[in-house]
Design a protein around this ligand. Structure first.
Ligand code: ADP
Length: 303
């Protein structure tokens, strides 16, 4: 247990340290040179904050899975559209690694009820593994489709492949194939979590792989499909929307513009984040802030 714990700490620390270095270095550089960041710096910083975000989401899901408090949050959406948006976030990563990346689908219309976070975690983990274990000049492809109320996602890569005796074990928690070097950092959490999440959704995950040739991961998730006719009766707001990356400032633009008469109460205990959110919102909303939930509640009730 002690050995396992210290290996996990070492791996996770390394997973945090690399993206943090890639965020901190361009910032330190810009501050030292007293010059603004260029587009390349921005894209490196963005990509690495995204990596940290994924890692933290994985760790949070893991602790919820361990305490059996993770419950499915099923809501209405278009799974293929969601996957295509997840894929678009990997495009520049593939380009920077000189890996050809293709997304293929025949179907953009299926509307269904499913857990969006489960799908995002699975697709992100499979794609980042495919990219990580594929060298320059290789290729990664994601095919997605809906058939008889099942969502099928196939992630294949032309990377290093996995030996037959390892293929079962890679879904075990903290398991990593032995011959690893610094170019493939990891924690051995990703695939075990994908498997547990997929099982929670009553789906399946399997792998086919040939050592030295590449791997294909097949994900199948049952969907509660919504037919066109019933879809029209559902309220518009539950339809999957592109707000997360769609607008420039990271919050939803209001088409009417005049917002100063609207109030926003920000409850946040991190001083930097509180100031940042206030700066972003204060020119269009009346802002009040509270540093903890108790004060926030009181203010909300009095306001
Ligand atoms: P991590 O990638 O953080 O080590 P995972 O649970 O995601 O942890 O994967 C476990 C192991 O399975 C990896 O360390 C790697 O050895 C192997 N693996 C996963 N995906 C691939 C892939 N696409 N190609 C080759 N090996 C893979």
């Amino acid at each position: 247990m002690d050995l396992l714990k210290s290996r996990l700490f070492a791996n996770i620390t390394h997973e945090f340290k690399t993206p943090l270095t890639l965020i901190k270095t361009p910032l330190e550089d810009a501050i030292r040179r007293r010059e603004p960041l260029n587009n390349q710096d921005f894209s490196i910083i963005y990509k690495n904050t995204d990596r940290l975000d994924n890692l933290i989401n994985n760790l949070l899901s893991l602790s919820k899975l361990e305490s059996s408090t993770l419950k499915l949050k099923v809501k209405r959406g278009n799974p293929i559209l969601q996957i295509s948006e997840l894929c678009s976030q990997f495009k520049s990563y593939a380009q920077s690694k000189r890996v050809t990346f293709n997304f293929k689908t025949t179907d953009y219309r299926s509307i269904a009820r499913y857990d969006h976070e489960v799908l995002a975690t699975c697709v992100n983990n499979l794609l980042s593994n495919a990219m990580k274990f594929t060298d320059e000049g290789g290729s990664v492809e994601l095919k997605a489709g809906v058939e008889e109320s099942w969502l099928n996602v196939e992630v294949s890569d032309s990377g290093m492949g996995i030996a037959p005796e390892e293929q079962e074990k890679i879904f075990d928690r903290f398991y990593q194939v032995a011959e690893k070097d610094e170019s493939h950092p990891g924690s051995g959490i990703g695939l075990s979590m994908v498997k547990e999440l997929v099982q929670l959704h009553e789906g399946t995950i399997t792998v086919k792989s040939v050592l030295g040739k590449g791997s294909t991961f097949l994900l199948a998730i049952p969907l509660d499909e919504i037919t066109e006719a019933s879809a029209k009766q559902m309220p518009e707001k539950t339809i999957f929307s592109k707000t997360s990356l769609g607008d420039r400032n990271g919050y939803i633009e209001n088409p009417t513009g005049h917002q100063k008469n609207r109030n926003i109460l920000i409850v946040e205990d991190n001083e930097d984040l509180l100031q940042f959110l206030t700066r972003k919102l204060e020119h269009r909303y009346q802002i009040k802030t509270a540093k903890n939930g108790k004060r926030g509640c009181n203010m909300a009730l009095k306001w």
